[in-house]
Write a protein that binds this ligand. Structure first.
Ligand SMILES: NC(=O)C1=CN([C@@H]2O[C@H](COP(=O)(O)OP(=O)(O)OC[C@H]3O[C@@H](n4cnc5c(N)ncnc54)[C@H](O)[C@@H]3O)[C@@H](O)[C@H]2O)C=CC1
Ligand SMILES: O=C1[C@@H](O)[C@H](O)[C@@H](O)[C@H](O)[C@H]1O
Length: 336
């Protein structure tokens, strides 16, 4: 069976996911597109999915009988109503991060899915599918001994003027928030935020870089540098310090060159290239589970846990370094 997918939000990542569904992966086809800016849907239709029908609204797309499963790749603040509508229609839905822009919104999705009685939602936390993170997890599980510290960095070359200080958490560090829960099999109990002086390339309304310190229930301290105007490239770093040793996230494969009395290798500049293979694998996973009528991988609960943590980090951005507590309610059995 070919899974008929409808894509809501045809901007940067909606376009890229449509390309991979149409040109890279097997078992699915994009039959429907929708975007508040219809020109974006038309552009994706023209370039990648000429047979897809364009729907005026996301709600109409979700209700269409020809659509078996939904991809939500619109702006973060619009995710919650679309995911809730997909659950109400009983259709599997892949939702890009963030699942919702508030913890309450993510909680409503968890409650709707629990009420439905079966997993339908996969959240776009693609790092769990990255070969480097999978290898790091194996090293942590088997070799380094119990983790004590994690040192991490999330660096983007530049961001537009519209990018604000809280977005460093909700839009950018949300990936670390999710991947370290998974990597350490742990939950967070507190967050602190520290600022050095602002980088010269930062905008006046943005504190950049920032350092977030998360403490976990098992007592691990995680420091994450978020630097979104680092200028030199897109760079994701992670080192786990354990009882018996240290494990580091592998660098992306690159050719080592010796030229003009220098050793050189390229640093990527775009998240699309850095995680290209992970996006392929996560959507392949979605196709498999959605074809069987359900969902797998990062769940609504993971999206909710990330949202609760992100809210605490944003609160900690204004406490002059004081810790903000993080607490999750009991995890519903659906997500055991
Ligand atoms: N997993 C990852 O690494 C990445 C995830 N994302 C996430 O994907 C989502 C989209 O990001 P981008 O593609 O970069 O943004 P974008 O701004 O390039 O595209 C968003 C699209 O959604 C459309 N849109 C906005 N509101 C809508 C609504 N109510 N209904 C239908 N369409 C609507 C816009 O017109 C635009 O075409 C965000 O939540 C972002 O955080 C983005 C980049 C990477
Ligand atoms: O998800 C992503 C973007 O939305 C976000 O804006 C970037 O900071 C992240 O590095 C990227 O992975």
């Amino acid at each position: 069976m070919t899974l008929n997918i409808g894509v809501i939000g045809c901007g940067m990542i909606g376009r890229d996911h449509t390309r991979r569904l149409q040109q890279v992966l097997a078992g699915a086809q994009v039959v429907a597109l929708s975007d508040v800016n219809q020109a974006n849907a038309e552009g994706v239709q023209k370039d990648f999915a000429p047979n897809a029908r364009i729907y005026a609204t996301g709600e109409e797309l979700i209700a269409a009988p020809e659509v078996h499963a939904v991809l939500v790749t619109s702006w973060g603040a619009t995710h919650e109503p679309y995911v809730l509508a997909a659950i109400a229609a009983g259709k599997p839905v892949f939702c890009e991060k963030p699942l919702a822009t508030t913890a309450e919104g993510a909680r409503r999705i968890v409650e709707a899915e629990v009420q439905f009685g079966k997993r339908l939602v996969q959240v776009g936390f693609m790092r769990r599918y990255d070969a480097g993170y999978l290898a790091l997890k194996e090293a942590v599980d088997k070799h380094t001994g119990a983790p004590i510290l994690v040192h991490a960095a999330h660096r983007n070359p530049a961001v537009p003027e519209a990018y604000t200080t809280p977005m460093a958490i909700h839009d950018t560090m949300i990936h670390e928030i999710d991947v370290f829960r998974w990597l350490l099999n742990d939950d967070y109990v507190s967050a602190r935020v520290l600022y050095p002086r602002n980088a010269a390339r930062s905008h006046t309304k943005l504190r950049d870089p920032q350092v977030v310190v998360l403490e976990t229930a098992k007592g691990v301290l995680i420091d994450v540098e978020i630097f979104v105007n680092c200028h030199y490239g897109y760079d994701i770093q992670c080192e786990v310090v354990g009882e018996d040793g240290v494990a580091s996230l592998p660098e992306p494969m690159t050719v080592d060159m010796r030229l003009g009395a220098k050793r050189q290798s390229t640093i990527l500049t775009d998240w699309k290239d850095r995680f290209v293979a992970s996006y392929d694998v996560e959507l392949n996973d979605f196709i498999g589970a959605a074809t069987a009528g359900g969902a797998t991988g990062p769940s609504s609960w993971d999206g909710y846990a990330a949202a609760v943590t992100a809210d605490a980090c944003v609160a900690a951005q204004s406490t002059s370094g004081e810790a903000v507590a993080i607490a999750l309610p009991v995890r519903p059995a659906l997500y055991a």
